[in-house]
Design a protein around this ligand. Structure first.
Ligand code: FNR
Length: 386
């Protein structure tokens, strides 16, 4: 680990390695936002603008990063956001990340469009797995998927509510990306130019949407993804929360809340937590950064309602910025993909180490003993209150 950390001291080093290792279509799948990537850029720029005030002369301080969230005790206040198609970045990537979540005692969110099933990932995550779900048009399939996930040991459900329709991802289109990947001469050339990625992916064969594909076995292969896409994005209404609540016995988190009114509705409809996110800038290029709306949403739901935050977090400092701005927990998407693509298990484990070290260091600089102390360090823009 000491040798690895000197090669990759920060997430940006893992990203640089990942970018060298992946062929263009997989790299663009991982990196792309939507449109001109303005929302992706806003996430980074607005996070960078959040200032924390250093404290002096605090004497020796015992720092404790452990955090309880929705009744679960985790070692750190951050975890792994859901990413569909992770197997395209690293074969069996979901298994690697779930294992790391269990070792490090942090949450891993398995996407319903991942390349591994809840039955495979549940036992590996050992209670740290959350299951991400898009409301489905076919309620029988919805019920079956949810009962499979719960039966496999997932107690917390993350319902993604910010994809009424799949967004246009122009960078992915230009790079020839499609799901499942189709071997075209251009893709073959891209893969041959990146032999280390090709070797890794060939170990497990073609990634596909393992959880959902079996329900559509009778649909012609060429039509299957389009059909799954239609099933997954039926523009749900608020009544969906009650419908899911009737069949899901555990906690429910609504992911993709960006407005105070929506946050209040989520509370009123009985969500256990909300996840403030602009989907990593992948849905609406005109969306504000999620860090910029976080303080207002905290104000709207009150100081005790559980809030998760993501989009643009690239360091322990960014985690501290999210916690200082009103979040109870912070999740990361692309950083764990960079880490996987850079070298699989060891670099993914390193990713946790980097984020933890950086967060602890920032807490020392601002005199915070616990993550919950971080709001005291926030430099508030003049005239604002959380
Ligand atoms: C995602 N994200 C996502 N979210 C979700 O609810 N279900 C999904 O299947 C996916 N799939 C997905 C694929 C890829 C390649 C990316 C990069 C992201 C969004 C993800 O959970 C998270 O909200 C963002 O990634 C957070 O932004 P950062 O950390 O990537 O900047």
């Amino acid at each position: 680990m000491a040798e690895l950390i000197s090669s990759f001291p920060a997430i940006s080093d893992l990203r640089a390695k990942a970018r060298r290792r992946l062929p263009l279509f997989a790299r663009e799948f991982m990196e792309a936002g939507t449109g001109l990537d303005h929302a992706v850029e806003r996430n980074a720029a607005d996070l960078a603008g959040v200032q924390l005030s250093p404290r002096a002369m605090r004497g020796p301080v015992t720092r404790d990063l452990s955090t309880s969230f929705l009744g679960q005790d985790f070692s750190v206040p951050f975890g792994i956001a859901p990413v569909g198609g992770t197997g395209m970045i690293w074969p069996g990537g979901e298994k690697v990340l779930a294992g790391i979540a269990a070792e490090s005692n942090l949450p891993y969110t398995l996407a319903s469009v991942a390349t591994q099933t809840p039955e495979t990932i549940g036992p590996i995550a050992r209670g740290r797995g959350w299951f991400q779900f898009y409301p489905m048009a076919d309620k029988e399939i919805q019920k079956d998927v949810l009962s499979r996930a719960h039966g496999a040991g997932f107690e917390t459900l993350v319902v993604t509510v910010d994809v009424p329709m799949m967004s246009r991802r122009e960078r992915q289109m230009r790079a020839g990306f499609q799901m499942p990947p189709r071997l075209t001469p251009r893709m073959l050339l891209q893969a041959l130019l990146h032999p280390s990625w090709t070797r890794a992916v060939l170990q497990v064969g073609r990634p596909e949407l393992a959880t959902l594909t079996p329900y559509f076995a009778d649909v012609a292969a060429a039509e299957r993804m389009a059909e799954i896409g239609r099933q997954l994005h039926p523009e749900p209404a608020w009544s969906e929360v009650e419908c899911i609540r009737a069949i899901w016995p555990g906690k429910i988190i609504l992911k993709g809340i960006m407005q105070c009114d929506d946050a209040r509705m989520a509370v009123a409809e009985g969500a256990d937590a909300i996840w403030v996110s602009n989907h990593g800038g992948r849905q609406l290029d005109a969306a504000p950064s999620s860090i910029s709306v976080l303080p207002g949403i905290r104000g709207a739901v009150g100081k005790d309602f559980p809030i998760i935050f993501d989009s643009g977090v690239r360091s322990g400092l960014d985690i501290a910025r999210g916690l200082a701005s009103g979040a109870d927990f912070v999740m990361l998407g692309r950083p764990f993909l960079y880490a996987l693509a850079a070298g699989g298990h060891d670099t993914a484990q390193l990713c946790v180490r980097i984020l933890r070290d950086e967060l602890e260091n920032v807490m020392a600089q601002v005199g915070a003993e616990r993550p919950a102390d971080l709001p005291l360090a926030l430099v508030k823009p003049k005239g604002t209150e959380i």
